[in-house]
Design a protein around this ligand. Structure first.
Ligand code: FES
Length: 639
């Protein structure tokens, strides 16, 4: 348990061996010497109707001397056994506990509730190395290799050059016992020793990182248990060179030092985040042996030190689209001298490694149902399909959904209106503000607000206010604010030749202007037109499920997204925010190298559609300017 695998074994078989035969690979750093404790299991006692097994304490061997020694020195909790030395004596139900290091194919739930099967690219292997002998002139490193083959079946591994200078000292420091970190990304790769530690090294860590154009999110995980030890986020410092992606490309084009400045800035932020997760997790940077990075194509290029100019115009050529394996020291991220970096592949010129990671997380390619996966940022990345066929595109939505280009727009931060309701009779609004736990018309609101200022409306608030304006009849299907209502409500005010809707009279006065409505119409039409092109390609008129990824997707209310026609008609309970799906995908690739192969394969099979080259994009765009849409109906929304 929890894998549920079962089998028959001769009495006397070590539990660890039985687990391996069943494909439940329980971790073992010390190779069964009874010193690492990584192989702990629990034997359940009693009847197990579901399994038809009577398990009892007599059905497993008594404590072996190795276990006695281990339990004396370290904490071996009640009921726990070392599976390398406990042997099977009768029918047993064995638990692989979730708080102990577990290895490939044993599933565990991560902090976000997702089950990630583990099979990392790095394994820790403890060995006892023969001491040097004048009659056998084999070198220290060569004798380490002999021990690795003898105890772990690792044949003639490659060795990182930096270890040549330290191997002799490490072996002597460990009194001829060392733990070698072995990297093997592909099962067919020659194994490589990337780090050597004196004695037993019972832990190794990895980081998974999503480099967004606005924020960077990093997770530190134990490679031996899969547990996320620490998480941290920071603003992307490249914002000072340009708010959105295209302005950063322009900065590179106009400034000879621009690319280098932005690469340095993002790497510096990453180094600070590494320091932070290490401090929070109580580990050293040198304990990190593996790292996975994802990002949109422009973030991906700037992170790797590649000029993104080609991504600024058709045909949006990527310098490299495939997955990359490199050393962290090559990209100025000093951790351990042997730390490896894996970068997920990009799908296309504007659909990046972040969309690939989100695809890995949500798995449209693994399902029979058709799923639409949308990451809304300044550029929406769209993936649509099922196990039969997956297509992808990006659409230039611009920054309106993030609150930019909107007169009262602001980033999601305390003081920003995030939820809005409008009374269809009186046209009076009520709203919720980030940091205040009450609706504006409730008595608790004034008390909680105190002298805090309400400073603007964030992306999700803008979607809601415009959708509510439409539902209350303030805006027509064409997106025009009805000036005739000014006679009925003081909330509708004249503003030059058009009208605006006032959400807050007090300073700062917050209004939704006709220009704001147009900006949202343009953004949502671009998104919908991209989605529609992909639906055309698959010859479908509806989707079964919708996943809204990214920070914006997490806060947006799916109902309002549909009222405005951001996404096509779908059962509301099948429209879900999928959180930082890109970050989760990065973590999956960190903890399981099979996921790396899966996404590499999937990306080559995804059909890329370039919206700019599709003649029908313009037609779809024009039809989608209306609320919710001129051509497509939304029967499930009406229901
Ligand atoms: Fe190390 Fe069992 S494998 S104690």
């Amino acid at each position: 348990m929890p894998s549920g695998r079962r089998g028959r074994f001769a009495p006397g078989t070590p539990v660890l061996e039985a687990a391996r035969e069943l494909g439940v690979y329980v971790e073992s750093v010390c190779g069964g010497r009874g010193i690492c404790g990584r192989c702990q299991v629990e034997v359940q006692e009693g009847r197990f109707a579901k399994h038809g097994i009577t398990s009892s304490a007599d059905h497993i061997s008594a404590f072996s001397p190795k276990e006695e020694r281990y339990a004396e020195k370290r904490d071996l909790k009640e009921g726990r056994r070392l599976s390398c030395s406990a042997t099977i004596q009768g029918d047993l139900v064995v638990d692989v506990p979730q708080d102990v290091a577990i290895n490939a194919q044993v599933v565990r739930k991560d902090s976000d509730g997702r089950v990630i099967e583990r099979n990392p690219a790095i394994h820790m292997c403890y060995v006892e190395v023969e001491e040097p002998d004048m009659h056998k002139p084999l070198g220290d490193l060569d004798r380490l290799k002999v021990a690795l083959e003898r105890d772990w079946g690792i044949k003639d591994p490659d060795v990182d050059t930096h270890l040549l200078a330290t191997v002799q000292k490490t072996l002597r420091e460990g009194n001829w016992t060392v733990t070698a970190a072995i990297h093997r990304d592909q099962p067919t790769d020659r194994p490589r020793i990337i780090a050597i530690y004196p004695g037993l090294k019972n832990e190794a860590y990895g980081i998974a990182c999503d480099i967004g154009s606005t924020t960077i999110a990093m997770h530190l995980s134990s490679l031996l248990s899969g547990r996320t030890v620490a998480s941290a986020g920071a603003s992307n410092p490249q914002i000072r060179f340009g708010e959105d992606l295209m302005s950063r490309v322009s900065y590179v084009m106009m400034n000879p030092e621009g690319r280098e400045a932005m690469t340095t800035a993002v790497r510096q932020a990453l180094n600070e985040l590494i320091d932070k997760v290490c401090a929070d997790g109580g580990i050293e940077r040198s304990d990190i042996l593996d790292a996975v990075f994802v990002g949109n194509p422009i973030m991906h290029h700037l992170f790797l030190g590649i000029d993104p100019t080609e991504l600024g115009g058709a045909p949006f050529a990527l310098a490299v689209s495939g997955a990359l394996s490199l050393k962290a020291s090559e990209i100025d991220l000093p951790m351990n001298a042997g730390t490896r970096v894996y970068v997920l592949p990009c799908i296309a010129g504007h659909v990046g490694a972040d969309a690939a990671a989100a695809t890995l997380t949500e798995g449209p390619h693994r399902q029979d149902e058709t799923m639409l996966l949308v990451d809304i940022g300044t550029n929406a990345e769209i993936v649509l399909g099922s196990a039969a066929r997956v297509v992808a595109a990006s659409s230039p939505t611009g920054p309106a959904f993030e609150g930019a280009e909107i007169s009262c727009g602001q980033r999601a931060a305390p003081g920003a209106i995030e939820r809005v309701r409008i009374d269809p009779e009186t046209l009076e609004p009520r709203f919720r503000v980030i940091g205040i736990d009450a609706w504006s018309n409730e008595p608790a609101f004034a008390e909680a607000a105190g002298d805090k200022k309400i400073t603007g409306v964030c992306g999700s608030g803008i979607i809601e206010v415009i959708a509510e304006m439409y539902l209350a009849g303030i805006i027509s299907e064409d997106g025009v604010i009805d000036g005739a209502l000014a006679a009925k409500s003081p909330r509708i005010v004249e503003n030059g030749r058009t009208f605006s809707y006032v959400i807050q009279e007090a300073e700062p006065r917050l209004m939704i202007t006709q220009t704001d409505v147009r900006a949202i119409q343009l953004a949502k039409a671009a998104l919908y037109a991209g989605v529609k092109l992909l639906m055309d390609k698959l010859a479908i008129t509806e989707v079964d499920r919708i996943g809204l990824a990214g920070a914006f997707g997490s806060f947006i209310d799916p109902k309002y997204a549909m009222v405005l026609g951001l996404v096509p008609d779908c059962d509301l309970d099948k429209v879900k925010a999928v959180g930082n799906a890109a970050g989760t995908g990065a973590r999956m690739a960190l903890l399981n190298r099979d996921h790396r192969r899966e996404i590499e394969r999937t990306v080559t099979e995804i059909e890329k559609i370039e919206t700019a080259l599709e003649p029908k994009f313009q037609d779809h765009f024009v039809a989608a300017m209306a609320l919710p849409n001129k051509v497509d109906r939304f029967p499930k929304l009406s229901a």
